[in-house]
Write a protein that binds this ligand. Structure first.
Ligand SMILES: Nc1nc2c(c(=O)[nH]1)N[C@H]1C(S)=C(S)[C@@H](COP(=O)(O)OP(=O)(O)OC[C@H]3O[C@@H](n4cnc5c(N)ncnc54)[C@H](O)[C@@H]3O)O[C@H]1N2
Ligand code: MOO
Ligand SMILES: [Mg+2]
Length: 405
């Protein structure tokens, strides 16, 4: 059994980001930028006013207050100034208006009195440069504004629009084939007969693939039949960047995945991991003539084991393949609200609810932890980690909790 950290390191070493594709800005939300983008211009492009008011020469209003100035021009936002500001003049401006050459300070409308169409009185002495956004004060031409590996959400999309980046270079999302192995499995439409169960892993894993930035390719249920399974595994390796199967990796007579990976020419580099749940995790590497090697993840069939091994190993791997920057997972120090137990032989992952408080996070474990029992996993947002050698964490003690993405 490989220690968890070693297994993670081997997996992350084996994967690389895929290439770039260009997508329209409107479809780029959640995607990962594949090139650092620099500003093509200064922001603001010209000095602009940040208030509704009057643009003045500071030297004019410094002489004493009140001070009467000739209104030379009105410049609404979006219009270029027609003239330069001469001594003794003010210009009517609004929020976002461009300052004319000569104006260096803005006086808020509230501290002025418009005496006539032609004249304004300044009632309060401003600071020099007040309410002016100087050219290039937000960003200068050539400044790197978005880094390679940045995830694009609302703020980043707004910046990209300001940069007039109508199409953006993003990392290609990994296509992840998902297959469920087991003669006992039936699709959701079918009422299970005696001993049969619905294939739930398919749905859970497909959702987690999407959360990790991948595109799930659901290949359905495959019987525990070596020939059929072998053909489906081969088809999956051809159709996707990463393949996940669940079930068939333990030592039972109908657990064929490991043998078939060898038959298909995969280099198995993980056969079992010191993790509970998830011990029989099996990972193989397939060389690919047309691009990066492909990884095959044989996840254990037990429903909680399949999801926990996904969170712990596949989420980081898919994030890396999709071009995200580390860290790929978040670990939070919390106080356990109940006693936590483990056998000390494997690294235990106990699901529960993490409450983020301002001073100290708290962890409320689920009432029981059984890798075959999916039912109390709903609403869980954290996995408490009990390292090898730890058999108990008493209530009120600190515990490291993996925050579920
Ligand atoms: N003698 C031993 N038996 C087992 C060992 C062991 O070390 N020695 N390890 C146990 C552990 S730990 C795990 S985890 C499981 C892993 O088993 P497999 O990966 O071979 O999975 P299956 O046998 O195919 O199924 C296990 C269990 O999960 C249910 N299942 C499978 N697929 C699905 C699905 N798509 N949706 C919902 N449920 C699924 C299946 O019906 C079984 O109940 O092995 C232990 N055994
Ligand atoms: O490790 Mo298995 O995944 O405990 O049930
Ligand atoms: Mg089995």
């Amino acid at each position: 059994m490989l220690p968890v950290a070693e297994a993670e390191a081997l997996i992350l070493q084996a994967v690389q980001p895929l290439g770039t594709e260009w997508v329209e800005l409107g479809s780029a939300q959640g995607r990962i930028l594949s090139q650092t983008l620099c500003s093509p211009q200064d922001f603001p492009a010209q000095p602009t006013s940040s208030m509704d008011g009057y643009g003045v020469r500071f030297a004019d209003v410094q002489q004493g207050i009140p001070c009467d100035l000739q209104v030379s021009e009105t410049i609404p936002a979006g219009r270029a100034p027609a003239t330069e500001l001469q001594p003794g003049q003010a210009v009517r401006l609004y929020t976002g208006s461009v300052l004319p050459v000569g104006a260096d300070t803005v006086v808020m409308q509230e501290y002025t009195q418009r005496l006539s169409e032609a004249q304004v009185r300044i009632l309060k002495e401003p600071q020099q440069g007040e309410f002016v956004r100087p050219q290039g004060s937000f960003a200068q031409q050539g400044d790197p504004l978005l880094e390679r590996g940045q995830r694009l959400e609302g703020a980043e999309l707004a910046v990209l629009a300001a940069l007039r980046q109508a199409v953006v270079p993003v990392f290609r999302q990994p296509r992840v084939a998902i297959l469920s192995t087991g003669d006992e499995l039936v699709p959701i439409q079918q009422v299970p007969g005696p001993g049969q169960i619905v294939d739930s892993n398919q749905y859970g894993l497909a959702a987690l693939v999407q959360t990790a930035g991948g595109i799930p390719v659901k290949l359905g249920i495959v019987p525990d039949h070596p020939q059929v399974l072998r053909e489906t595994m081969q088809q999956a390796l051809g159709a996707a960047d990463v393949v996940i199967s669940s079930g068939g990796v333990s030592v039972g007579d109908f657990d064929y995945v490991e043998q078939l990976l060898e038959d298909l020419g995969g280099a198995i580099f993980i056969r079992s991991v010191a993790i509970k749940p998830g011990k029989p995790l099996t990972v193989a590497r397939f060389s690919n003539l047309h691009g990066p090697d492909k990884l095959y993840f044989g996840l254990p069939g037990n429903p909680v084991s399949a999801l926990v091994t996904f969170w712990r190993f596949l989420h980081p791997a898919l994030r890396k393949i999709g071009g995200s920057l580390p860290p790929y997972l978040e670990v939070i120090s919390a106080t356990s609200l109940k006693d936590l137990h483990a056998d000390g032989k494997r690294e235990h992952y106990l699901w529960g609810r993490l409450h983020l408080k301002s001073d100290q996070a708290q962890f409320q474990p689920a009432n029981s932890h059984n890798s075959g029992n999916l039912m109390n996993l709903t609403g869980c947002n954290g996995l408490a980690v009990l390292p090898i050698g730890t058999t108990q964490i008493p209530a009120g003690s600190p515990v490291q909790v993996l925050r579920l993405p």
